[in-house]
Design a protein around this ligand. Structure first.
Ligand code: CMP
Length: 142
C-alpha cells in the first residue's frame, strides 16, 4: 500500500556534500518527493522531535549535533515507503549497517549517522507536524 514517510538529512550530510547522492538513492528506488525544505534547527525543534529519547545518555549530544545547523527534510511517498526507506538507510549504528545502505556506505558515527527516517505511521504523523507544520496531508496528493 502506498504511504508517506519523513526523512531528514542531518547536518553532517550537508557538510560532507552527500545531499544529492542520498536523495538520488530514493529517487532511483521509485519513491516520490512530495515535500522538501531546508530547516535551521533550533534547540526547541530538536528537543521536541527527539522527545522520546529525552533522558537517554545520547540525548544531549544528539540535540547539540542539530542545534544551530541546517538540515534537509523531505516527505517521501510510495509503496511501503516507511519500510523501504528504513531498509535503504540501514541500521541506526553505522557499525551494524550493511554495505549498500546509506549508513553502511558513508559513515561511522552513531549520532551523526547521516539521516533520520520515520519508523512507523504514528511516528510519521508526529514528525511531519513538527518539521512541516504548514503542510496539510490532504494537500500532498494535489
Ligand atoms: P535516528 O534514527 O535519528 O534516531 C535517534 C538518534 O539518536 C539516532 O538516529 C542517532 O543519531 C542518535 N543516537 C546516538 N546514540 C544512539 C544510541 N546508542 N542508540 C540509538 N540512537 C542513538
Amino acid at each position: 500500500m502506498n504511504e508517506y514517510t519523513l526523512v531528514f538529512l542531518k547536518p553532517i550530510t550537508l557538510r560532507r556534500g552527500l545531499v544529492g547522492e542520498i536523495i538520488s538513492r530514493f529517487e532511483r528506488k521509485g519513491l516520490e518527493i512530495k515535500a522538501l525544505k531546508m530547516i535551521d534547527m533550533s534547540r526547541d525543534i530538536a528537543e521536541e522531535f527527539y522527545s522520546i529519547h529525552r533522558g537517554k545518555h545520547f540525548f544531549k549530544e544528539l540535540v547539540e549535533s542539530l542545534e544551530g545547523n541546517k538540515i534537509i527534510a523531505m516527505v517521501l511517498y510510495g509503496r511501503s515507503a516507511i519500510k523501504v526507506v528504513r531498509t535503504i538507510i540501514g541500521s541506526t549504528d553505522p557499525i551494524e549497517a550493511l554495505p549498500g545502505t546509506i549508513r553502511g556506505d558513508y559513515g561511522l558515527d552513531i549520532t551523526e549517522n547521516l539521516i533520520h527516517a520515520s519508523d512507523s505511521r504514528e511516528s510519521f504523523e508526529r514528525e511531519v507536524r513538527i518539521l512541516f507544520p504548514e503542510l496539510k496531508l490532504e494537500h500532498l496528493n494535489t
